[in-house]
Design a protein around this ligand. Structure first.
Ligand code: ADP
Length: 603
């Protein structure tokens, strides 16, 4: 189809048919709705024009010369020959074509003017003043687009409605005064926005003052745009339950970030099939995990074992001497004292059950690593409360104990640490599968031998050469992060939750592959934190682990940990195979590099 006849592709915002953007979109200097008769011709436009121009002037010349000839020979003008008749028809046809092509546009341009509500910003260079309450006025180019500025990182504020706000500026003859308002704010909110902008009302107090979280977020967002002069138009405000995050998930919200969720699976794990939700913006990741799931599925599935389940917290306490620090260490590690300490600890929650206390001394400083089961909660709050109970109790027997902090980093939370790698934190899981040689060849497009060799040289030797801590894998953190975000886990705990050693071994006389992932510190929960939010809760529901398990506390969060390990197993298989087969760069070019012209998308 000729570009001129192609209808304009839908755009985010209203586009005037005569705007530059529209013209660029349809590819000509004219709008797609005003199609011309010449469009029906199978010739390019310039050739059609040339044909009709030539025809017009030729027949005019021919008819005038015939007219002069008839006057000279006194022949009546109304007596026409077939040739003259044909010339007259050609004259009329070419005249209609030329008037239709050039004349109508010309006349319309004189009579019709673009309506006031169309997008003229492209064609105009008017400068207008954006007023932020009584703040400095910001000079901006007028842009009445209502569409978001898309993925642009630093869009100018979107301006929708001109509004006079300052009588002084109002008098300025050539400048239009408008607000950096992406959408009209209700009258009654204007005063509050001004107070926030002027610093008279703290932004954090909006929820408690207004009693309406959505309205508080809208006002905060608007104030922020005015203060910074930066638009948040690509960040959605609507479509989110702001009440659900109050006091639990996020303070001072101004919108929410959208992350696509893809599904890998079915993952056949311990005899059940799971569709694994993965929130990611990394192309290839879901596709690759999906391929690994297929390899596992056709090989009969994977098996997982939960080795341990205990969340940890390690306070730091200080004494005047190392001897006193050691006294406390011997006291808390003495099995005879464990029962009484556990009773005090367990008062923190009906789900918290103290498992152990392991101590480390640095001079006169003591680090006590408490470990406890936490039901279906990830458990950081629970374990912290239990630790506080025990510290309060110990203070009476050890009054010289100086509690420096509830967390002394021997826990270790959200930092790579050998203690988690060796002792475990959260759920410790091992997951394995036997992949048939045929499947390795047909689905994974490589060989058992190549995979085993690559695993030894990359995941084991290569990581050892790099001095890795828990990083004896190809990309466990990719999968952990994606599932964590989809299911409302704490993404920062991806640090230790991704500790993983991937093992591959040829079995059955080298025909088949045994693959396993061992992950000692997967920190997940199905209650509390972000798990209760609508989207995250839907993803947990998909896995059948939403909320608290009614029959056995902790069963849901443990199951979730095994699913994470199963998905990691699948993804390790697939990525290692891609590398072994030399496909990595090729597949990333296919899935990570869209064929779209990125410069056009973001402009
Ligand atoms: P976290 O300790 O992971 O930060 P929270 O303390 O925010 O989690 O959430 C756990 C809360 O959920 C606790 O108040 C606990 O009593 C409640 N809860 C309800 N059912 C369960 C369950 N099956 N397992 C663990 N906690 C549960």
């Amino acid at each position: 189809m000729d570009a001129r006849r192609r209808p304009a592709k839908p755009l985010d915002g209203p586009v005037h048919p005569r705007s530059k953007q529209h013209r660029a979109d349809v590819g000509v200097a004219g709008d797609a709705s005003s199609l011309k008769a010449s469009d029906a011709l199978p010739l390019p436009l310039y050739l059609t024009n040339a044909v009709f121009f030539t025809l017009f002037f030729s027949v005019v010349y021919y008819l005038l010369s015939r007219w002069r000839e008839k006057i000279r020979t006194s022949t009546p003008l109304h007596l026409v020959t077939p040739a003259e008749m044909a010339a007259i028809v050609a004259f009329v046809a070419s005249f209609i074509y030329l008037v239709g092509f050039f004349g109508v546009d010309f006349v319309q341009s004189l009579i019709l003017r673009p309506a006031g509500d169309v997008w003229t910003a492209d064609d105009e260079d008017d400068e207008v003043v954006v007023a932020g309450a009584d703040h400095d006025k910001i000079l901006l180019k007028e842009d009445s687009r209502s569409s978001p500025c898309g993925q642009a990182l630093d869009c100018e504020p979107v301006v929708q409605k001109p509004k006079l706000v300052d009588p002084v500026v109002q008098d300025a003859p050539k400048e239009k005064v408008i607000e950096a308002v992406p959408s009209a704010m209700p009258e009654e909110d204007e005063e509050i926005i001004k107070s926030v902008v002027e610093g008279k009302m703290p932004s954090y107090s909006l929820e408690s003052k207004l009693g309406d979280c959505k309205r508080a977020a809208a006002i905060r967002r608007e104030a922020l745009q005015r203060i910074t002069g930066k638009s948040l138009s690509g960040l959605p405000l609507e479509g989110f339950d702001y009440e659900s995050i109050l006091g639990q998930c996020c303070e001072m919200p101004v919108g929410y970030v959208q992350i696509p969720v893809g599904i890998a699976g079915p993952l056949l794990l311990d005899g059940r099939e799971y569709s694994v939700p993965m929130a990611t913006t990394e192309g290839c990741l879901v596709a690759s995990t999906n391929r690994g799931c297929k390899a596992i599925f056709v090989s009969g599935g994977a098996t997982s074992v939960l080795l341990r389940d205990g969340m940890t917290r390690a306070p730091i306490v200080r004494f005047a001497t190392a001897k006193r620090a050691a006294d406390l260490k011997f006291f808390v590690e003495n099995p005879a004292n464990f029962e009484s300490l556990a009773v005090i600890f367990n008062r923190s929650s009906r789900f918290a059950r103290l498992q152990s206390i392991k101590c480390a001394i640095a001079g006169k400083n003591l680090y006590m690593r408490f470990s406890c089961s936490t039901g279906d909660a990830m458990g950081m709050n629970m374990v912290s409360k239990g630790v506080q109970n025990v510290l309060d109790f110990l203070q009476s027997d050890f009054p010289d104990m100086d509690v420096l902090g509830i967390s002394g980093n021997f826990c270790a939370d959200k930092k790579p640490a050998a203690v988690n790698w060796i002792e475990g934190r959260g759920k410790s899981v091992v997951c394995e599968a036997t992949i048939k040689g045929d499947v390795v060849r047909k689905v994974l497009k490589t060989s058992v031998e190549a995979l085993v060799e690559l695993n030894m040289l990359k995941n084991l030797t290569g990581s050892a050469m790099a001095g890795a801590l828990g990083g004896f894998n190809a990309h466990a953190s990719n999968i952990v992060a994606a599932i964590f975000i989809a299911t409302g886990q704490d993404p920062a705990q991806n640090v230790e939750s991704s500790h993983c050693i991937t093992m591959m071994e040829a079995i059955n006389d080298g025909k088949d592959l045994h693959v396993s992932v061992t992950m000692p510190s997967i920190e997940v929960g199905t209650v509390g934190g972000g798990t209760q939010l609508a989207s995250q809760s839907a993803c947990l529901n998909l896995l059948g682990v939403k909320g608290a398990n009614k029959e056995l506390a902790g069963a849901n969060s443990r199951l979730l940990a095994t699913v994470v390990s199963g998905a990691v197993l699948a993804a390790e298989l697939s990525l290692m195979s891609a590398i072994a087969a030399g496909q990595l760069v090729k597949s990333h070019m296919k899935y990570n590099r869209s064929s779209k012209d990125v410069t056009k998308v973001s402009s």
